[in-house]
Design a protein around this ligand. Structure first.
Ligand code: GLU
Length: 538
């Protein structure tokens, strides 16, 4: 038997992490057994339909590297893969059920249904369709339908007894038939309902295993009745645990409490590998206990019977940790550079040589948990020496360390070699000879080189930036400090210092904006040059 699984999203908005989660598990099961993974778009709810969502969901799976074997874009033997293009198939199938008496046409108007519900409420009866249309003779149903009377088609379900289906993770699940109220199969607009289209398609697409979210458990008895009405064998069902908010009540994951949009995680610079790895640990762990593993490892070891049902928590901290681990230890610095370059270009950063880029990334990656954090922390490496911002905290450090900066400026310019050993030795020697504490030198120097107080080691910075830029930056920092303050009017002196700092920051900002605009224009031009000849239609 070929294992066939599917993901069947409804295109109703921003792709959700839950869809990625369920898709991943279905993909893994199919691939583990050399089977097929089908992508089917369940777009029959025309009210909630969102035209952009289809492309967005496909783009999400593409980004994650979960590629369907069959789907709307690539086709396949059992297409079309959009339900809105399969209406004829549903029509034939509903006819077969009507013919067999397993379904009937029901003509109650909205008002009648409201009145029915009101009465049920008043009499304290269970709510739901009471099966009143089931007794209308078939000929009458057909006559009224032919006359154009609006109606739905309902499944005829047993009143007594119970319906059981088997869930791979929960065992037998049984509900009393009294709770199943002749569900609608075809709506008055002619579109099938979720239940009907889902079963017809899973059968037509040869789906052998249905792994889906727990919230569908209550729908599955209806599906089981449908399979039985058609005389089809049922797929294996497994309802995956719902992902939970990290709150005390562990409520179902929701937009209000947590970011559930995959695109948003991508934009923040969560890596697809890390997100997949994270999702794969939701209710599952590898037999060998490893916490960090690739998609291939997951596929090779996936067994749905190992899924546990205790609500897995979507713990953002854990996701960020895992992402940091991929940034620092799993990806090579070259791979990381590939992912970062477009973001650097967007930020308006410019660089001449690839080695510089790799050095910068390597020194910053231990300090970032996401790609975007690394980009945000990297500005001073890419902006001109007089254009990056000097933050107030850094300005204070510079002010306090002016003497050290002046001394180091001189010593750095006299060094024979400007490499790691030489810089280290010089700094050590300086601290020793002046009998000062190391931070009293390092902090002002770091502040001068980066404009921040939170940056990598001073030696790394100095060596990556190179002597000329180090000297220019120290010069700039010292230049922005005001002259010695007059003793007699400290308040006025402070105001003057503040005004000078503001002016310096304004000047730097203007330079920064110009540099960013130029780098962006250059990047656009480079991309333009790289376009194939004649791309503009000339
Ligand atoms: N269209 C349903 C959804 O959006 C599919 C549920 C199922 O897998 O049966 O989740």
């Amino acid at each position: 038997m070929t294992v066939v699984t599917r993901i069947a999203p409804s295109p109703t908005g921003d792709p959700h992490v839950g869809t990625a989660y369920v898709g991943l598990f279905n993909y893994a099961l199919a691939k583990r057994h050399g089977g097929r993974f089908v992508f089917r778009l369940e777009d029959t709810d025309r009210e909630r339909y969102d035209a952009d969502a289809e492309a967005a969901i496909l783009a999400m799976f593409d980004w994650l590297g979960i590629r369907p074997d069959e789907g709307p874009e690539i086709g396949g033997p059992n297409g079309p893969y959009r339900q809105s293009e399969r209406l004829e198939i549903y029509r034939t199938h509903v006819d077969a059920l009507l013919e067999a008496g397993a379904a009937y046409r029901a003509f109650e108007t909205a008002e009648e249904l409201d009145a029915m519900r009101a009465e049920q409420k008043q009499r304290g009866l269970p709510l739901g369709y009471d099966g009143r249309g089931a007794t209308v003779p078939r000929e009458e149903q057909e006559r009224r339908a032919a006359a154009g009377e609006p109606h739905v088609v309902r499944l005829r379900t047993p009143e007594a007894g119970e319906t059981t289906f088997h869930d791979l993770l929960r065992g037998d699940v049984t509900i009393p038939n009294a709770e199943i109220k002749d569900p609608v199969l075809v709506k008055s607009d002619g579109f099938p309902t979720y239940h009907f289209a889902n079963v017809v398609d899973d059968h037509a697409m040869e789906v052998t295993h249905v792994l889906r979210a727990e919230e569908w458990v209550t729908s599955t008895p209806i599906h089981a009745l449908l399979y039985r009405a058609f005389g089809w064998s049922e797929p294996v069902f497994a309802h995956l645990p719902l992902l939970r908010n990290p709150d005390a009540n562990k409520t179902k994951i929701s937009k209000r409490k947590l970011d559930t949009s995959v695109a948003s995680y991508r934009d923040q610079g969560i890596l697809p590998e890390a997100l997949l790895n994270f999702l794969a640990t939701m209710g599952f762990h590898l037999p060998d206990g490893r916490e960090v593993f690739s998609l291939d490892d997951f596929v090779a070891q996936f067994d749905p019977e190992r899924i546990t049902l205790g609500g897995p928590v979507f713990d953002l901290k854990k996701l960020r940790h895992l992402n940091a681990h991929y940034l620092r230890e799993v990806l090579s610095v070259e791979e990381l550079a590939d992912r970062l370059e477009p973001r650097f270009e967007d930020a308006g950063y410019a660089w001449d040589d690839e080695d510089y880029l790799l050095d910068v990334i390597d020194v910053l990656r231990p300090r970032a948990e996401t790609l975007q954090e690394l980009v945000d922390a990297a500005d001073y490496f890419f902006l001109p020496d007089d254009a990056f911002a000097i933050h107030p905290e850094a300005r204070k450090k510079i002010a306090a360390g002016q003497q050290a900066l002046e001394d180091l400026e001189r010593s750095f310019s006299m060094l024979d070699f400007f490499d790691e050993d030489a810089v280290d030795e010089l700094l050590d020697e300086y601290v020793r000879s002046r009998e000062i504490k190391k931070p009293a030198v390092m902090m002002p120097l770091r502040a001068a080189l980066t404009g921040t107080t939170n940056a990598p080691s001073v030696t790394d910075l100095a060596v990556i930036l190179g002597r000329e830029r180090v000297l220019r930056r120290i010069g700039r920092a010292l230049g922005e400090m005001t002259a010695a303050l007059p003793d007699d009017d400290p308040a006025a002196a402070e105001a003057a210092a503040e005004a000078a700092a503001k002016a310096a920051e304004e000047a730097a900002r203007a330079k920064r904006e110009a540099a960013i605009a130029k780098a962006r224009a250059d990047a656009a031009a480079r991309r333009g040059e790289a376009a194939p000849e004649g791309a503009d239609g000339a």
